[in-house]
Ligand binder design. Structure first.
Ligand SMILES: Cc1cc2nc3c(=O)[nH]c(=O)nc-3n(C[C@H](O)[C@H](O)[C@H](O)COP(=O)(O)OP(=O)(O)OC[C@H]3O[C@@H](n4cnc5c(N)ncnc54)[C@H](O)[C@@H]3O)c2cc1C
Length: 289
């Protein structure tokens, strides 16, 4: 099928893009990599009257490490650029680890991190990774700028906290303390498919090896990326041995809300979540050491 008719604007200035979105509101969509929006338009699932193409705006895809060690990724950074960014890989290796599982290289070459997060597919890897990392999203509009924690950005399937005139401009990811380890693990039927279940695990150890902090979040586990705060809290103060991790994995199973799909029942997803959470935690704990 072909898309319904639409107006196309390709501004070269951010202010112009924001003014267009302010003028057209819900009738307009930003076009980033087009890897989700264009198929949806071709199927006429999405019929925006106006497209505001962000591809000609300079600087929107910059990736930079700040003085405080945090990483700031411009929304238009291609997923492949983030995956291959040396400084990003050093600070947050989980980004490349999870991005490697997002679709296929061709789609990652074109698709952007901002587009992926704004699309807010609960089966997507990066929203869960951002929740686990405690990322904050910079939202911009002609009215100004505000920041939202990743955990508050995702409101439901394909639904975010973005107002009708707002764009996701950048993603800020705080640095992790030293002796932190991270891991992303997922199960798919075929390479490049959306995950049946995916888990991001982050642990920080004290000098004596005891767990000082932990964070867990899953994709395909509910209507949004879901954190598992009780499971993560249960690890603090432990030595992250097998029994500690098994207990956390059990708790995580009780914190998620998988609904099942054509590929897996909800019960199987829940079982899988515990299995891969335990493996991801063991890997993260090893890396933290
Ligand atoms: C075959 C196939 C397999 C895939 N597999 C996976 C997978 O395993 N995991 C996964 O996570 N994804 C997968 N995807 C989706 C892919 O990662 C998309 O590229 C991504 O979800 C959307 O990014 P984009 O830059 O292409 O955004 P677009 O398609 O351009 O936009 C997506 C939506 O976000 C909005 N938007 C874009 N940028 C902004 C912004 N800066 N501010 C506000 N709104 C914005 C658009 O208006 C649109 O509504 C797959 C896609 C395909 C085609």
């Amino acid at each position: 099928m072909k898309p319904a008719p639409f107006e196309w604007h390709a501004p070269e200035a951010l202010a112009e893009a924001l003014a267009l979105k302010a003028r057209h509101g819900e009738e307009a969509r930003f076009l980033a990599g087009g890897q989700s929006l264009v198929p949806a338009m071709n199927f006429r699932v999405s019929q925006p009257a106006v497209l505001v193409d962000l591809n000609r705006i300079a600087g929107l895809g910059d990736i930079a490490v700040q003085e405080d060690g945090s990483l700031v990724i411009g929304a238009m950074a291609r997923n492949a650029a983030v995956e291959r960014h040396a400084a990003a890989a050093k600070i947050h290796p989980i980004l490349a680890e999870a991005l490697h599982e997002v679709a296929h290289p061709q789609i990652r070459n074109r698709g952007t991190l901002g587009g992926n997060l704004s699309h807010a597919d609960p089966a997507s890897e990066m929203p869960a990774v951002m929740v686990a990392l405690g990322a904050r999203f910079v939202l911009r509009s002609a009215r100004g700028e505000r920041e939202v924690a990743a955990v508050d950005f995702f409101l439901g399937p394909l639904t975010t906290a973005l107002e009708a005139d707002e764009m996701l401009a950048a993603i800020r990811i705080p640095a992790l303390p030293s002796r932190s380890g991270t891991a992303w693990l997922e199960v798919t039927r075929r390479r490049g498919d959306y995950a049946i279940m995916g888990v991001a695990a982050i642990v920080t150890r004290r000098e004596d090896g005891v767990c000082a902090a932990a964070s867990l979040a899953c994709c395909s586990a509910g209507p949004t990326p879901l954190a598992a705060p009780k499971a993560a809290a249960s690890l603090v103060g432990t030595r992250l041995n097998e029994a500690d991790i098994a207990q956390a994995a059990d708790l995580l199973r009780s914190e998620i809300e998988p609904t099942g799909s054509v590929q897996a029942s909800a019960a199987y997803q829940r079982h899988l979540a515990g299995v891969i959470a335990a493996r991801a935690l063991a890997t993260a704990a090893g890396r933290a050491a």
